[in-house]
Design a binder for this molecule. Structure first.
Ligand SMILES: Nc1ncnc2c1ncn2[C@@H]1O[C@H](COP(=O)(O)OP(=O)(O)O)[C@@H](O)[C@H]1O
Ligand SMILES: [Mg+2]
Length: 594
């Protein structure tokens, strides 16, 4: 055995670099965070060859005194914490005092800095003992060249310049999203990629996430005293196949955290198909003492003191923000809609509901909501040719105002409902919209308080042995939901009642699907464990099928139901349930007024 010796400093730093300096992007992260910690108002980044050749970060922060320059590059030297208590309430991005030392160990690094009050700047090359005078107006410039030039084994792990650049770009975005108040610029191989003026979070999010995301997302801002969640989260229509475009910040620090990821997933559970992922930029703020950031050298993982409370809060806050995007609000509130208010004709006063149905006799049984609407629509029908807006209060709209989704005109190919509202044309996917509405209403069924409809003639259908067994073992659960099911003979089940909301469903089809869902689950768990699946199954079978002819009152009832339903904008699979074409858009399409 060789004798035991202390490791030389350089080697210690190179070992530490293995943890913090994985690639150019991790260098960029550390240097950017130092600039943020130094109170910079403006940060300029220049990269060459994906950052492998050179990373240069210039800031206008507090700078470093000449005699402290060597300390800045020394391991375990930091100006940010002094004692254990500081670590428990750390508010700076850095605190371990090891990044610059580690980077210096695996690159050619220099730091040029001018502390406020100093007559000029000083430059220190890593490895040198003495700083030399330099020119700089204010702040600090850190230059990192030839990463891993002295550790060829690590250099081999670097990917192409394009890939390394992409990682750097991502790192830059994280800092830029977290700090919209700072002016930030990123250049690669001499070309400016991002030039971001200081501004508010919404503006920064739009600049970095794009107009499409911005239009298809909702603003989140929920303040619950010690916890605050803000930012923007995508509507399901903007969902993605991957988890890119997900930014979660805790006290300004970008994190990837299982607990938070789970809370977000739960918030989207009702509106997003399992294989799709939302896009979001979310900021959680809480007392620094409530979160431990010293879990990992790169500080990308955190630990919450009150994990459960944080989880609940994030989930509910997000759910609420997404639910507030009811159809009516989306119509008036989206920036896209605001941009389109340019048409003089879109004012509600010149708008008239379409003519009432020619024949108002509906041969189809209507749900109570439809019937109520039917009565309303008949009463509110304007005198022929008068073109007045009905003066009857509507859900979510003041007296005299037109309902956001307008009034039905017709049904297209048995699939879409066409309606006219104040702005123009509204198109509704009738099955998807009805399914969504039912899904929300059916939640009461699973809460065990459903209104029940007894069937005059029991629905009898043939069932497999497995279905027979499930119907028997889950009879009580089914009864609680409003389904009275029993054996009618060998291989036959009879349904005597169903939840009133599902009175129009094809009972046999619904039962087959439901029994499939209930199969294999212990009765005690069935509703909690399969809640979403059960709701989806029932909603799908209860919703109007395509190609069923609807009367205008039925279509209007559907529109009113949509306006009154939370999250009616998307079906249970995350597809949009309706869209619109404003008159301005239609005019453009026909090149009118050009
Ligand atoms: N851009 C900068 N402006 C001012 N001071 C800096 C800058 N970068 C580094 N420093 C100083 O150098 C010290 C060491 O930096 P670093 O190794 O990243 O450790 P940490 O950020 O964990 O303190 C910091 O504590 C800070 O005092
Ligand atoms: Mg640092």
């Amino acid at each position: 055995m060789p004798s035991i010796r202390p490791l030389p400093d350089l080697l210690i730093n190179q070992i530490a670099a293995g943890e913090v300096v994985e690639r150019p992007a991790s260098v960029l992260k550390e240097v950017l965070e130092n600039a943020v910690d130094a109170g910079a108002r403006s940060i300029q980044v220049a990269l060459d060859q994906g950052g492998v050749r050179r990373i240069r970060v210039e800031d206008d922060g507090c700078g470093i005194e000449r005699d402290e320059l060597p300390l800045a590059l020394a391991r375990h030297a930091t100006s940010k914490i002094a004692q254990l208590e500081d670590l428990e309430r750390v508010t700076t991005m850095g605190f371990r005092g090891e990044a610059l030392a580690a980077i210096a160990g695996v690159s050619r690094m220099s730091v040029t800095s001018r502390a406020s009050g100093a007559s000029h700047a000083w430059k220190l090359d890593a490895g040198q003992a003495q700083a030399s005078p330099a020119a700089l107006a204010q702040g600090t410039v850190v230059e990192v060249a030839d990463l891993y030039f002295n550790t060829p084994a690590r250099r081999k792990f670097l990917k192409t310049d394009a890939t390394e650049y992409a990682h750097c770009d991502e790192m830059f975005r994280r800092v830029a999203l977290a700090r919209p108040d700072l002016a930030m610029q990123l250049a690669h191989n001499g070309r400016v990629i991002h030039r971001l003026p200081p501004g508010d979070p919404e503006r920064r999010i739009r600049a970095l996430m794009g107009d499409d995301f911005f239009a298809e997302s909702r603003s989140v801002d929920v303040d619950a005293g010690p916890l605050r969640l803000s930012g923007r989260a995508s509507l399901p229509a903007y969902s993605r196949a991957g988890r890119d475009a997900q930014y979660f910040f805790v006290n300004g620090r970008f994190v990837r955290d299982k607990l938070l990821a789970h809370a977000v997933r739960e918030a989207y559970a009702d509106i997003l198909h399992g294989s799709r992922h939302p896009a979001f930029v979310l900021f959680l703020e809480l007392d620094p003492a409530g979160v431990d950031v010293n879990v990992h050298p790169a500080k990308i993982e955190v630990r919450f003191r009150e994990g459960r409370a944080v989880h609940q809060f994030v989930r509910h806050a997000l759910q609420r923000a997404l639910a507030e995007s009811g159809a009516g609000q989306a119509l008036g509130g989206s920036p896209a809609a605001e941009g389109r208010q340019d048409s003089a004709r879109s004012s509600a006063t010149t708008w008239a509901p379409p003519p009432a149905p020619l024949s108002s006799q509906s041969r189809l049984a209507m749900e109570p909501a439809s019937r109520a609407y039917f009565e309303f629509a008949t009463a509110a029908r304007p005198a022929e040719g008068r073109g007045m807006v009905p003066a009857v209060p509507l859900p979510d709209s003041a007296p005299g105002e037109a309902p956001p989704l307008g009034y039905a005109l017709a049904q297209l190919h048995g699939v879409y409902v066409l309606a006219q509202n104040a702005d123009g044309l509204v198109l509704v996917d009738m099955h998807a919209a009805h399914e969504r509405i039912l899904y929300e209403k059916l939640k009461h069924v699973l809460d065990g308080s459903p209104a029940v409809q007894r069937l005059l003639i029991p629905a009898v259908f043939s069932a497999s042995p497995r279905e027979m067994a499930t119907a028997e073992s889950q009879a009580e659960t089914l009864l609680g939901m409003g389904f009275e099911v029993s054996a009618a003979g060998p291989g036959e089940l009879a349904v005597r009642s169903v939840p009133a909301l599902l009175a129009r469903a094809q009972v046999a089809d619904l039962m087959h699907a439901l029994l499939e869902e209930l199969h294999d689950f212990p009765a005690s768990e069935v509703i909690t464990a399969r809640r979403n699946e059960l709701l989806a199954t029932m909603a799908c079978h209860g919703a109007v099928r395509a190609h069923r002819q609807l009367t205008l009152p039925e279509m209007n009832a559907l529109l009113r139901d949509m306006e009154a339903t939370e999250r009616a904008d998307q079906c249970n699979h995350g597809r949009p349930t309706w869209t619109r074409f404003t008159l301005a858009e239609l005019d453009r399409f026909f090149l009118r007024g050009q």
